[in-house]
Design a protein around this ligand. Structure first.
Ligand code: GDG
Length: 470
C-alpha cells in the first residue's frame, strides 16, 4: 500500500480540461490514482497567502496559490526564466542577474514548503516538476517533511563549467540531495549531474549506484519523456493538412514548431533554409518552410530580441527568394490548435528540429508519430536535442553549422521512399514504446520502490565510471 500521489508544477491545470501531452499524462495519472496537484493559479494578488485555494480536479484535488507581483517578477520571470533557463541551456551570457531575484525565488519555495508541510503525510509520494522548484525539497526537509520527494528536470542539466556562472551554484548539491529521486531526461544530463557531485566535497557514490551527500542517500537517473503517441497518430490522420495550406501541387513542405525561444535554434534554421534555397538547382522542386512559433515569456528581454531577429531573417530570406506566387517562409507567431498541428506534421515532407540545446524536444516525437508509415516525411534533428539519444535514425545535424543543415534539407527532400520508410520504422518503434504512459509509470514505480526503502540493485555503470569507481 503506497501513500497519496502528489504533483507540484508551476501551473495547475485550472482552465478546464487539460491539453498538451505532459499535463494530460499527469492529469490521467492523478485521475486514476487520486491525489493532489499543487501549483500557481496564474492570478496575481497584493499579499502573499498562507494557505491554498482548493478546486476539484477530475478525481483528484487541485490546490492553487497566487503569486504577488514581486514573486511573479523575481521568482518566475526573474530567477527561473532569466537565470536558470539560460544557465541550463548553455547561455550563461544571457543570465539577467538582478539583486533580490534569488531571495524572491527561494522565498517563494519556502512559502510553498510551509504551506505544503501542513498537509503532507510521511507516506506521501511527491513528484515535483522543473527548475521553478529546485530548492523545494530542501525547504520541505527544513519544515520536517519526511515524505518521499521526487523531482523531474525537464530541461538540460548544466555542465559544471557553466554552473560556476551562477552565484548560488554551491547550493545545488544540497538542493538536489534533498530529493529522494532526481530525474533527468538523458544519460548526458545524468553524466553532467554526476560530474557536479564528483567535484563536490562530501559526495560519494554507493555500490548500488545511488549517491550520498551529507548523510542523505538519493538517486539520480534518466527518464526520457515521451508523448501520447497513439492518440497523436490517430489525430494526425483525421484531416488532410496539405489542404489547409494552398500549396502548389509539386511544392514540398518543411515544418518547424517551437515556442519562440532562443534555445530552439530558429535563427540558424531560417538561415539554413535560405542556404538550401540559394543552392537549389534549376528543376529542383520548390519547398516552403512553415514555421509555427507561438510567443512565450514576452516580458523577458532576450525573448523580445530573438523575436526581432526572426522577423528580420525571415524577411531577408523571403525578400531574396519570393516569387509572385510563392513565399518560401511562412512564419506564424501564434499558437494553433493541436489537431491542426498534428495534420500539418503529417502533411510535411521534412520535420526540422534544430535546437541549440533542449532537454528532450517533444516536437521531434510528435512529427514521427504523425507520419503516414507508407509515405513518411524525414526528421532532421539537432545533435543537441535530448531526443537524439533515442532517435538515431533521424538525419542528425549540428545546429551551429548552417551549411550542414542546408545540405541535410537537400538530402531529406531527395530521399528515396525505401530509405524514408526504413528510418521511420525505426523511429516510430521507439516513439510508440517509450510513450508518456511509459514515462509516468517508470518514474512512479521508481518512487514507490524508493518509498518502500528498497535500493536499486542495478549498478549504474555510467555513474561508476564517471565517479572513478569502475
Ligand atoms: C520543455 C523542455 C522537453 C508548440 N507550438 C504549438 C504547440 N506546441 C507544443 C508542441 C510540443 C510542446 O508545445 C513543446 O514541447 P518541447 O518539448 O518541444 O519544448 P518545451 O516547451 O521547451 O518543453 C523540452 C519538454 O519540456 C517536456 O519535458 O521536451 O526539452 O524544454 O508538444 O507540440 N501546441 C499547439 N499549438 C502550437 O502552436 N497546440
Amino acid at each position: 500500500m503506497t501513500g497519496r500521489n502528489i504533483i507540484v508544477s508551476n501551473r495547475v491545470p485550472s482552465d478546464g480540461p487539460p491539453s498538451g501531452g505532459l499535463v494530460v499524462a499527469l492529469h490521467d495519472c492523478l485521475t486514476e490514482r487520486g491525489g493532489i496537484w499543487y501549483g500557481t493559479s496564474g492570478d496575481i494578488v497584493d499579499t502573499a497567502g498562507t494557505s491554498f485555494r482548493p478546486i476539484a480536479g477530475d478525481g483528484y484535488e487541485i490546490r492553487m496559490f497566487d503569486l504577488t507581483q514581486t514573486e511573479y517578477e523575481g521568482y518566475y520571470l526573474g530567477y527561473a526564466n532569466s537565470v536558470l533557463w539560460p544557465l541550463c541551456h548553455r547561455r550563461a551570457d544571457l543570465m539577467a542577474l538582478q539583486a533580490g531575484d534569488f531571495e524572491t525565488y527561494l522565498g517563494l519555495n519556502q512559502r510553498l514548503a510551509r504551506m505544503m508541510a501542513a498537509e503532507l503525510r510521511p507516506d506521501d509520494q511527491v513528484w515535483i516538476h522543473d527548475y521553478h522548484f529546485l530548492p523545494l525539497a530542501a525547504c520541505l526537509r527544513a519544515e520536517g517533511v519526511t515524505a518521499t520527494l521526487g523531482y523531474f528536470h525537464h530541461i538540460p542539466f548544466p555542465a559544471v563549467h557553466d554552473l560556476l556562472a551562477l552565484p548560488e551554484h554551491d547550493l545545488f548539491p544540497d538542493w538536489i540531495s534533498s530529493f529522494d529521486l532526481f530525474g533527468l531526461q538523458t544519460q548526458r544530463d545524468v553524466a553532467a549531474a554526476l560530474e557536479m557531485f564528483r567535484s563536490t566535497t562530501g559526495a560519494e557514490q554507493l555500490r548500488d549506484g545511488s549517491l550520498q551527500y551529507h548523510g542523505r542517500q538519493f538517486e539520480v537517473r534518466s527518464f526520457p519523456i515521451g508523448i501520447d503517441a497513439a492518440s497523436f497518430a490517430a489525430e494526425a490522420a483525421l484531416r488532410d493538412g496539405r489542404s489547409l495550406l494552398n500549396l502548389a501541387p509539386d511544392e514540398r513542405l518543411v515544418i518547424g514548431v517551437d515556442r519562440l525561444d532562443y534555445s530552439k535554434g530558429l535563427d540558424n534554421r531560417m538561415r539554413a533554409f535560405g542556404g538550401y534555397l540559394a543552392a537549389r538547382s534549376e528543376g529542383d522542386p520548390r519547398a516552403s518552410l512553415l514555421q509555427i512559433a507561438p510567443p512565450t515569456r514576452e516580458e523577458v528581454t532576450a525573448y523580445q530580441n530573438i523575436r526581432n531577429d526572426l522577423e528580420r531573417i525571415s524577411g531577408e530570406v523571403n525578400g531574396l527568394y519570393s516569387d509572385l506566387d510563392w513565399t518560401p517562409i511562412r512564419y506564424i507567431h501564434r499558437g494553433i490548435p493541436r489537431d491542426t498541428l498534428a495534420s500539418l506534421y503529417r502533411a510535411a515532407d521534412v520535420g526540422l528540429v534544430t535546437p541549440f540545446c533542449d532537454g528532450m524536444n517533444l516536437v521531434a516525437k510528435e512529427f514521427v508519430a504523425a507520419q503516414d508509415p507508407h509515405d513518411p516525411g524525414v526528421l532532421i534533428l539537432s545533435q543537441f536535442a535530448g531526443a537524439v539519444e533515442q532517435m538515431e535514425a533521424a538525419l542528425i545535424v549540428n545546429p551551429y553549422d548552417i551549411g550542414e543543415m542546408a545540405a541535410a534539407l537537400k538530402t531529406a527532400l531527395a530521399m528515396s521512399l525505401e530509405e524514408r520508410r526504413a528510418r521511420h520504422a525505426k523511429l516510430i518503434k521507439g516513439v510508440m514504446h517509450d510513450d508518456i504512459a511509459h514515462w509516468t509509470a517508470t518514474y512512479l514505480d521508481t518512487m514507490t520502490r524508493l518509498a518502500a526503502g528498497t535500493q536499486s540493485k542495478t549498478a549504474d555503470h555510467l555513474a561508476d565510471k564517471l565517479l572513478g569507481q569502475d
